[in-house]
Design a protein around this ligand. Structure first.
Ligand SMILES: [Zn+2]
Length: 223
């Protein structure tokens, strides 16, 4: 009773806002307003880039998902990020189909320059959260952020056409000497054409990794 009163008082003094659109929420203990919660949708099925056996994304990149990702990636708003992660368990059964039980989760590495500017790596953060969620679900994967590295700085993919993207990334990634695994799962935050995943997968294939799949946080229809 006391705790309930305290929580109600807290809500009056510090009202909760929707993690995506910022409107005041009528209830404590919810992270999203009704409209934003309704806009969170599973991603459509992903086309498998070459060298990749299975691919999927958790969410469609629009509505509240797009807002929460922008707040997290560009403004380090971890309230928005955690609200997005709170929607992840519902998508896990579908995502698990792309992830072998003993797989190495390999985040797509950031540009060193972009990492310096931003100060954190959203892809690594998502890979880490995904591994914990899978672990909680009884699937014991390994997170390896020391496998892939960038060989050079590449222009931002968003401004390029599909062909330019592929050319832009030619040989842009290398695999650490001596790395071996039966199953690798590439992880990225937002996937558009899959060009980055395809380039990473090609590097892994050349390094002798037989089975490669790909999991992203969100999929945008933009091309
Ligand atoms: Zn909202």
């Amino acid at each position: 009773m006391f705790l309930e009163t305290l929580n109600a008082l807290k809500h009056v003094l510090w009202p909760t806002r929707c993690a995506a659109c910022d409107i005041l929420l009528p209830e404590p203990d919810v992270l999203l307003c009704g409209e934003c919660a309704d806009s969170v949708a599973p991603a459509d099925s992903l086309q498998c880039p070459p060298d990749i056996e299975a691919a999927c994304a958790a969410f469609r990149y629009d509505g509240a998902v797009q807002q929460m990702i922008a707040k997290w990636k560009y403004h380090e708003d971890y309230g928005a990020y955690h609200a997005l992660l709170a929607c992840l368990p519902e998508q896990l059964p579908r995502m698990r189909k792309c992830i072998a039980p003993d797989a190495c989760l390999i985040p797509v590495p950031p540009h060193p320059r972009r990492l310096r500017e931003r100060g954190f790596d959203p892809v690594w953060q998502f890979a880490n959260a995904l591994q914990k969620a899978l672990n909680h679900d009884g699937l014991h994967t390994v997170l390896r952020d020391d496998v892939l590295s960038r060989t050079r700085h590449t222009p931002h993919q968003a401004s390029l056409s599909h062909d330019e993207r592929m050319h832009n990334l030619d040989g842009a990634f290398k695999v650490a000497d001596g790395f071996s695994a039966q199953n690798a799962v590439l992880i990225d935050d937002v996937v558009t054409t899959g060009a980055t995943a395809a380039t990473c997968a090609h590097a892994l294939k050349l390094a002798g990794i037989p089975h490669i799949s790909f999991v992203a946080l969100a999929h945008t229809e933009k091309s």
